[in-house]
Design a protein around this ligand. Structure first.
Ligand SMILES: *Cc1c(COP(=O)(O)O)cnc(C)c1O
Length: 391
């Protein structure tokens, strides 16, 4: 008989009743060091006092009113994002996949309104993940995401990851935009080299294409900059954000330049819940901590520390581990053993990590993780790797 919760997930036999900073606690009191952070969502860890205060304060006043009315919390968060990024304007969603929907719609509307309605194609890269909606799976294109869900939303072209020569060759009269993650998350923590991202930007400029960056996983401070594309010194036309922006409250956003958003006039798009007072009150509290340059510098420093310790771990377990990759506190352990075996061995050592494609184990700790917790995490991963070695 089908379970009452639809069985679309492969769940670990773990269940948590509370969280505190970098730790999750089971009902029996067992404490797990959380290096998954809800897949890069709990940017400030669990039960951060600022976020609890922002949420409860707002919860006592007003949860939801609808976008029929002005929402000051939404305005405040949009103003912060516009001030700190390339963007001129922001639309709020509840998730990353909804951000993908709007990014795709916005690109198509842009060309429609520019009298070039044939420019509907969006070029994407293999190994991408853009969410589970019809547009999201069609954009990513991977067999695991799309199998059985035909007919797929048309208008996506897929190229080898980061292949700028293939990109030049693929552009036609019907190309309208390029979509790419600066650091692939689900694809196995693969950072696009800065030079490749700059070249993609240059190619888009040459052909007048819109550049859509998916920073749902790598954005909001994860790499040590507010957004990962800043490392390459370029800016997109449209950017998808979610995960860390709400610190655990479901919140997403599409950021855009005035030019790219020109077609998005009243009545062209909407969301019942997107940008609700609760989510945006929490989002402002997250933003005020994460956008602080001192906080971002700490993410960079701690990322370097974790990376250094992981390099030593790889050297100590050459039969189990292959290499470390990623940026800031978005790191991946490419494995020689099965990545899912290492994740499972981690459960036995009370450390949580997340598998990704390309046989990678993802380490996405809360950005607030301490140096001591980093040492403890690596000690636990060391014991987990030892469990996989023949005794
Ligand atoms: C998680 C993710 C999404 C989808 O976000 P949801 O909130 O799960 O809909 C899209 N793009 C990237 C890069 C992601 O990591």
């Amino acid at each position: 008989m089908i379970p009452s919760v639809m069985p679309t997930y492969n769940r670990a036999p773990l269940s948590f009743v509370s969280g505190e900073g970098s730790w999750l606690v089971e009902a029996d009191g067992r404490r797990f060091l959380d290096l998954g952070a809800g897949i890069a969502v709990n940017a400030l860890g669990h039960a951060h006092p600022d976020l609890v205060a922002a949420l409860t304060e707002q919860a006592q006043k007003l949860w939801h009113v609808s976008n029929l009315y002005r929402i000051p919390q939404q305005q405040a968060l949009a103003d912060r994002l516009v001030e700190h990024t390339f963007a001129d304007t922001v639309f709020f969603t509840n998730s990353g996949t909804e951000a993908c929907e709007l990014a795709v719609k916005m690109a198509r509307k842009y060309w429609h309104d520019h009298g070039r309605p044939e420019r509907t194609d969006i070029i994407a890269f293999e190994g991408a993940f853009h969410g589970r909606s019809s547009a999201g799976i069609a954009a990513a294109g991977g067999e695991k995401l799309t199998r059985g869900f035909a007919p797929l939303l048309p208008g996506f072209v897929h190229l080898p990851w980061g292949d700028t020569e293939a990109l030049r060759a693929a552009i036609t009269e019907t190309t309208g935009a390029v979509i790419v993650e600066p650091v692939q998350g689900e694809g196995g923590i693969r950072p696009l080299p800065d030079a490749a991202l700059r070249e993609i930007r240059a190619i888009c400029d040459e052909h007048g294409l819109l550049l859509i960056l998916d920073e749902v996983q790598c954005g909001m401070g994860r790499t040590g900059r507010l957004f990962a594309h800043e490392w390459a010194g370029i800016a997109p036309d449209i950017m998808m954000v979610a995960k860390g922006i709400g610190g655990g409250f479901p919140l997403g956003a599409v950021l855009a330049t005035e030019e790219a958003a020109r077609g998005m006039t009243a009545g062209t798009h909407g969301s019942t819940y997107g940008g609700n007072p609760l989510g945006c009150a929490v989002g402002c509290a997250v933003f005020d901590r994460v956008a602080d340059p001192a906080f971002l510098a700490e993410v960079g420093r701690k990322g370097g520390l974790l990376r250094q310790k992981l390099e030593a771990l790889v050297a100590a377990h050459p039969d189990i581990l292959d290499e470390v990759r990623g940026a800031g506190l978005m790191l991946g352990l490419k494995c020689k053993a099965a990545n899912t075996d290492l994740v499972a061995a981690g459960y036995d050592e009370q450390i949580l990590t997340v598998p990704a494609a390309d046989n990678v184990v993802r380490l996405l700790p809360p950005l607030t993780i301490s140096d001591e917790e980093i040492s403890e995490a690596v000690a636990r991963l060391d014991r987990a790797a030892s469990r996989l070695e023949p005794s």
